[in-house]
Structures are given as structure tokens and as C-alpha cells.
Design a protein around this ligand. Structure first.
Ligand code: GTP
Ligand code: MG
Length: 271
């Protein structure tokens, strides 16, 4: 299956329909010099759907502390991504405080403690069942007192159709901004790259509940290419900032649009 482009008056190609190469008439085939040219056109078009070409700025260190609230449905990789991010930041010499606002399960706090230790970051936690907003508040207060550079707040995975849990995110945001008025500076929605179209619904519901500002796409080390995020980036205009490519502490990359699009759409895929 390949995408067929229609030429507009401005000569800008636009996605028109999806048909097989074999199904094209000779005249249609002649419109393209070769498959390489077609691949380049398709890649350009996909890249255009994904926002501007400027390199991703993962953090704004002029804000101190820069507060990141990490959200998403169950099991997408929020806690793991926080561990990897903390490690990435520590390697840059930044002081990091992690907040264990997933108080839903005792194991969640333990898991985050292990990551914090591995990364060399401080952690703020309370007992299981504590109010997540209270943990978030303590975390940001502690980060301010310690003059930390970045705060990463973990939250419990929640189904996007649980209104009570989605409202809890609003409460967490509100208490954070009582300590640092313009925080959280980032609300990072973590999406599992192998999810498919359900990721679209997650993006819609989380952005309704809390102003999502960016996405991290995990589990792109398997066969999934994360193609669904093209449509999400186009519809909701959240930039993708990070890509998870494994379970290890180093397995996180700052998003590179060119590389992503090249991986997503390879010449050999359409030959
Ligand atoms: N292969 C692969 N596995 C990942 C990646 N990121 C996370 N995982 C795995 O996904 C599973 C869930 O990760 P967690 O970080 O616990 O996910 P979570 O969103 O915090 O889960 P909850 O807190 O239960 O909602 C773990 O087994 C991770 O090792 C990734 O980029 N690639
Ligand atoms: Mg977790």
C-alpha cells in the first residue's frame, strides 16, 4: 500500500488517497520519477503534519525549578521514563527532585525509589494512600528549598474515562502552582507507541482534564513505529519530546523528527 499525492495549484503535494502502486495507471506512475522521490514526498508530508523543524528543547532551565508533571494511562512507562529522564538530567549536572505522587500502590513508590537511586536524584514520598496533591506540594516545596533545577512528578496510571481520577490531576496542578506560580511548566503525556488508535482517545481525554504540553512515546524498541502520534501531533499540536527505546536507564532519546519519519516510512516498506 502506498500514499498517492494530488498536486494542488500551488504544486504543494497533499495526501489524497491510499492505493497500491500496481493499481496506478501508467500515466499516474509517470508522474513520479521513481520510488525514492515518492518516499521523499511522503516523508516531507508526514514531517509537515508534525509541527516545525526546530530541534526539541527538552527543558527550560531558566525556570528554577522546572516542574514536569508526568501523566498517562496504566503501564505506558511513566515511572520508567521519569527514571531515565532523571538520569539524563543528572548527567548534565542538574539537581533533580522526584515526587512519588502515585500513592495508589506501595510497589509504585518502591519502584520509583529504585529509579531515583540509580539516577542519583532526590525523592519525596509519603505513605501509600496519601493524597497525591499533598505529595506534589511537598515535592515542589522541597525542590525550591534545595534550589533544584528540575522536578519530575510521577502520577498513578489512570483510565481516561475515570472522571474522579482525571479531576485529581487538576487538583495536583493547582497545588503545584501555589508553590511556583507558573508551574507545572510541562505536563508530559506518556503514550505507549504500540497502542494504536486508542492513543488518540488518551490524548484527547488527558488534554481535556489537564493542559498537556508535550508527549513522550515509549516502547519504540519493538516492532511498533508509533505512527499514531503523527495524527495526534497534528490534531492536538503537542510536540513529542522524548522517545523510549527500552527498559534500561539509557534507553531514552530526545525526539528527532527527521529520524522518526525516516524510520516510520522506509523505501523498502513500499517496494
Ligand atoms: N521495551 C520497553 N519497555 C518499556 C519502555 N518504557 C517502559 N517499559 C516497560 O513498561 C512496563 C511499565 O512501565 P512503568 O514505567 O511501570 O509504567 P507506568 O506508566 O509507570 O505504570 P503505572 O504506574 O502502573 O501506570 C515496565 O515493564 C517497563 O520496563 C520502553 O521504552 N521500552
Ligand atoms: Mg508508574
Amino acid at each position: 500500500m502506498i500514499w498517492v499525492f494530488s498536486q494542488t495549484a500551488s504544486k504543494k503535494p497533499t495526501l489524497a488517497s491510499s492505493r497500491s502502486w500496481e493499481g496506478l495507471s501508467p500515466v499516474e506512475k509517470d508522474k513520479y520519477v521513481d520510488m525514492q522521490e515518492l518516499t521523499a514526498l511522503i516523508r516531507d508530508e508526514i514531517a509537515n503534519l508534525m509541527g516545525d523543524d526546530a530541534p526539541v528543547q527538552p527543558f527550560d532551565f531558566t525556570k528554577k525549578p522546572y516542574v514536569v508533571l508526568v501523566v498517562g494511562v496504566n503501564g505506558v512507562g511513566k515511572t520508567t521514563t521519569i527514571g531515565k529522564l532523571a538520569s539524563m538530567l543528572r548527567k548534565q549536572g542538574k539537581k533533580v527532585v522526584i515526587g512519588a505522587a502515585d500513592t495508589f500502590r506501595a510497589a509504585a513508590v518502591d519502584q520509583l525509589c529504585v529509579w531515583a537511586e540509580r539516577a542519583g536524584a532526590d525523592i519525596v514520598k509519603q505513605a501509600m494512600g496519601a493524597d497525591p496533591a499533598s505529595v506534589a506540594f511537598d515535592t515542589v516545596k522541597s525542590a525550591v528549598a534545595k534550589d533544584a533545577d528540575v522536578v519530575l512528578i510521577d502520577t498513578a496510571g489512570r483510565l481516561h474515562n475515570r472522571v474522579d481520577l482525571m479531576n485529581e490531576l487538576t487538583k495536583i496542578r493547582n497545588v503545584i502552582s501555589r508553590v511556583v506560580p507558573d508551574a507545572p511548566h510541562e505536563v508530559l503525556l506518556v503514550l505507549d507507541g504500540s497502542t494504536g488508535q486508542n492513543a488518540f482517545i488518551q490524548a484527547r481525554e488527558f488534554s481535556k482534564a489537564t493542559d498537556v504540553t508535550a508527549m513522550a512515546i515509549t516502547k519504540l524498541d519493538g516492532s511498533a513505529k508509533g505512527g499514531v502520534v503523527v495524527g495526534i501531533a497534528d490534531t492536538y499540536k503537542f510536540p513529542i519530546k522524548f522517545v523510549g527505546i527500552g527498559e534500561g536507564i539509557e534507553d531514552l532519546k530526545v525526539f528527532d523528527k527527521k529520524e522518526f519519519v525516516e524510520d516510520l516510512f522506509k523505501l523498502e516498506d513500499i517496494q
